[in-house]
Design a protein around this ligand. Structure first.
Ligand code: ZN
Ligand code: ZN
Length: 413
């Protein structure tokens, strides 16, 4: 027995203009824009929303786009796509590769925008099948963690109808055609930390007259490896990665400072606080041991919150996706260590569902080593942020259907 929402979704998306949506996607992929510079992308999305009958507003929180469609009494449903690209030189070899040097849609946000535009058109065309209000959001700057907060700060929920529920989706590695839902925690918090080690510079031949910050930084990086392994309980998930270490200019000069940049992934505030305290302690301890002339500077920078799906909402959306695509296509992979700023759009505790759509082309997936070991294959195929990340075009229509069916399951029939 199929629900009315699933039947209507299949109906409204039976004749999707797939070639047109693919053209739109390829155009966005050719023209990636970095965070808060998504002017062309925002304009392209706005044109599509306006053509579908939405009232559109640009420049929300910087380069954000909001499209509103009032359609009688009923719930207000917010659908969100992020729009920014990454400073990654593309190496996919695709015919529609980035035409902007050093910038690439390596996280698939071009696909998210395409899905949103496609769903906007289908839901507007089928407005006699539902009532309520749609708020469609093209969000800037997801990658830097700034975009959602900027839109909220710019009055997203005051200037536009306040949503009763929010829906968002992300393309992910995995054989194209699976829909990953976790009712509850689905993505982790992320915290950037910078450390500056102050030494005393001098000639490489006379280390006795210096305090070498390179050696001290090396000890810090090494000891930081024990934070997760020795200080965090096995039942908690956490990651600490040092992504950057920088010091010095020449072979024979001992520099006067070293810089370390690291990132934490955590799933609870308590673990996050404990790890930040450990990073401060390790940095201070190693600098004291080395005799540094001053304490290290430890700065907690950008952070992303955890993404925790509302259980009831996520189960409802997963159920309609199961009806639309078949129960075997829905899986619960549990929480990922990746992070998103989507949950900031749910400011004030609004319920939301955020899910993944797998997009690895079948030939790439089938060629990946690992046999029946799904996790081994997952590690072998290009992932988000890889210069080789290239979602399959076959996911264009399904990503529209996930949004349309999710919206219909949340609006009034
Ligand atoms: Zn990303
Ligand atoms: Zn992303």
């Amino acid at each position: 027995m199929t629900s009315a929402a699933a039947r209507t979704a299949l109906d409204l998306t039976a004749d999707l203009p797939v070639p047109d949506l693919e053209d739109f996607y390829r155009d966005l992929h050719r023209h990636p824009e970095l965070s808060l510079q998504e002017h062309r992308t925002a304009a392209a999305l706005t044109r599509r929303l306006r053509a579908s009958g939405y009232e559109t507003t640009e420049g929300v929180g910087g380069t954000g786009v909001v499209g509103v469609l009032h359609n009688g009494d009923g719930p207000t449903v917010l659908l969100r796509a992020d729009m920014d690209a990454l400073p990654v030189p593309e190496q996919t070899g695709l015919s529609y590769s980035s035409e902007t040097d050093g910038v690439m849609h390596a996280c698939g946000h071009d696909l998210h925008v395409t899905w949103l535009a496609g769903a906007a058109a289908a839901l507007a065309a089928g407005r006699d099948t539902w009532t309520g209000t749609l708020v469609l959001v093209g969000q800037p700057a997801e990658e830097t963690g700034a975009g959602a907060a900027r839109m909220i700060g710019d009055g997203l929920h005051e200037r536009f109808p306040r949503p009763d529920v929010l829906l968002g989706q992300h393309v992910a590695p995995g054989p194209a055609g699976l829909y990953a839902h976790s009712p509850g925690l689905i993505m982790s918090a992320s915290t950037d930390i910078d450390i500056v080690v102050h030494g005393r510079g001098g000639h490489g031949s006379r280390p006795e007259s210096t305090v070498d910050p390179v050696v001290t930084a090396a000890y810090i990086v090494t000891r930081l490896q024990t934070v997760v392994s020795r200080e965090i309980a096995a039942r908690d998930s956490a990651v600490l990665t040092v992504g950057r270490i920088e010091a010095g200019t020449r072979h024979n000069i001992i520099p006067s400072e070293a810089r370390i940049s690291l990132n934490l992934r955590t799933q609870s505030p308590a673990v996050r606080e404990r790890m930040i305290a450990a990073v401060r302690r390790v940095a201070a301890g190693e600098c004291a041991a080395a005799g540094c002339p001053s304490e290290p500077e430890v700065t907690v920078g950008n952070d992303f919150p955890v993404t925790v799906n509302d259980v009831e909402t996520d189960r409802r959306i997963a159920a309609v996706h199961g009806e639309v695509f078949g129960a075997g296509t829905i899986l619960d992979p549990g929480p990922a260590m990746g992070s998103e700023d989507f949950s900031r759009l749910a400011a004030g505790g609004l319920p939301y569902s955020f899910w993944f759509v797998t997009g690895t082309p079948a030939d790439v997936w089938n060629a990946a080593p690992g046999g029946d070991d799904l996790m081994a294959r997952l590690e072998a195929v290009p992932s988000n942020h890889s210069p080789h990340f290239a979602p399959d075009l076959s996911t264009v229509a399904p990503g529209v259907r996930t949004l349309v069916s999710g919206a219909l399951a949340s609006l009034s029939a």
